[in-house]
Design a protein around this ligand. Structure first.
Ligand SMILES: *Cc1c(COP(=O)(O)O)cnc(C)c1O
Length: 394
């Protein structure tokens, strides 16, 4: 019934599965027929403290009964509190601008870079270097920033000034007098859960600093404890000029943030958002950060990362004919599968076994469980994943 409604009235921009999920708890979700699934995706790395998290839900309900919206022409108390919390937890000396999505946060990053490149009212430096296989969003400019030419069909003309490097080593040779910023994911998510080399990243950060070129790290997927630290930049021990955040920050409410060391880059009127940083989403995100800080401090997050990793290693040992290698960090994990056909059948078989998994580039089976997933859920999920592998004999 709803499948037809969806097909009739929603544009067909997604390859959709028509299961109707109606409720969830932690990493377990139920469909309208009361079938129970284990969620190893948390949306796409969004529901970081689990479905129907009580603290987040109560904060949302409480806020909804008080006030939901006033424009950004007024101070918004929970916005200020969230910004302070985010900055303090990150350890970076930054200020925040609130948007509503990852793409929008990256738009903000690009605008910051372009303004930084301006001298005497004229844009002198404007080029942003990004990496092949990257993903930065679906708006016209973040799509252009995305280093996957296949996604650029149909939508041109695009704004100028985006240059793609094959990899980190290639960046240096692309720098010219017009380069103002390098934007990258420390672990490419959509591109195949591919971590960058730590030493190369640190060297790049030094090089850029010496040339007064900004380093913007897109932490939309890696941010908010996904890799075990607040930001992957903390793990890589670098200090970016710009960090963008979204997915895992709101546990499902739409929120995006661009954070920058360039604290005075914007003057009133330079940038804005009607909804960005509203009461509801900033209250929710504040709770998410509090929950995850406790979870990290108690040692539970590190414990879970090791436990999840050991489960993936078992799979690698048991199915060397299907799995090429393990990739990723923390609770952002992938298994490189030997062919695209095998990957598709694995995901379908996993769904049949009632465990949700994701696909990523370079034939990667992707795991992005809620960070607070229980050991029992992990055990049950991997029993089902194993069954899916059994069904997928290469
Ligand atoms: C998902 C993602 C985006 C886009 O976020 P939206 O909220 O969908 O706009 C940007 N960058 C990275 C690294 C992402 O994973």
């Amino acid at each position: 019934m709803f499948e037809k409604m969806d097909k009739d009235f929603i544009l067909h921009s997604y390859g959709r599965n028509y299961v109707n999920f109606t409720k969830g708890k932690s990493a377990t979700i139920w469909d309208s027929n009361e079938n129970e699934y284990i969620d190893f995706t948390s949306g796409i790395g969004v529901v970081s403290v689990g479905h129907a998290n009580e603290k987040v839900s109560s904060a949302i309900c409480d806020q909804a009964q008080k006030i939901l919206h006033i424009s950004n022409l007024f101070m918004i108390e929970p916005q200020a509190k969230l910004a302070k919390s985010l900055v303090e937890k990150s350890g970076f000396d930054m200020r925040c601008f609130f948007a509503n999505s990852g793409a929008e946060a990256n738009e903000g990053a690009i605008k910051i870079a372009r303004k930084y490149g301006e001298v005497d009212g004229e844009v002198k430096r404007y080029k942003v270097i990004t990496l092949k296989h990257s993903f930065h969003g679906r708006t016209i400019s973040t799509l252009k920033a995305t280093g996957q030419e296949s996604m650029h069909n149909y939508f041109g003309p695009f704004p100028d000034g985006f240059v793609y490097a094959d990899d980190i080593d290639h960046i240096k040779s692309l720098i010219d007098d017009h380069t103002v910023c390098v934007m990258l994911e420390l672990i490419q998510g959509e591109g195949g859960v591919e971590p960058q080399d730590l030493q190369k990243v640190q060297e790049l950060a030094k090089l850029l600093k010496s040339k007064d070129i900004l380093l913007a790290v897109d932490e939309v997927q890696t941010g908010i404890y996904r890799t075990g630290e607040v930001f992957a930049a903390n793990l890589y021990d670098i200090e970016p000029d710009i960090i963008t955040v979204a997915k895992g920050l709101g546990n499902g409410v739409p929120i995006g943030v661009v954070m920058t060391k360039l604290k005075d880059i914007f003057s009133p009127g330079d940038h804005g958002s009607t909804f960005g940083g509203g009461y509801l989403v900033t209250r929710a995100a504040y709770e998410v950060l509090e929950i995850l800080e406790d979870y990290k401090t108690s040692g539970k997050l590190d414990e879970m990362m090791l436990y999840f990793e050991s489960k993936l290693q078992n799979l690698c040992q048991d199915y060397p004919n299907i799995i090429e290698k393990e990739v990723g960090l923390g609770l952002m994990r992938g298994l490189r599968i030997k062919s695209a056909t095998l990957l598709t059948s694995l995901i379908n078989n996993a769904f049949e076994q009632k465990v949700l998994l994701l696909k990523a580039g370079r034939n990667t089976l992707r795991f992005l469980p809620p960070l607070t997933i229980t050991k029992e859920e992990v055990d049950e999920g991997f029993i089902r994943v194993k069954k899916a592998f059994e069904m997928t004999k290469a």
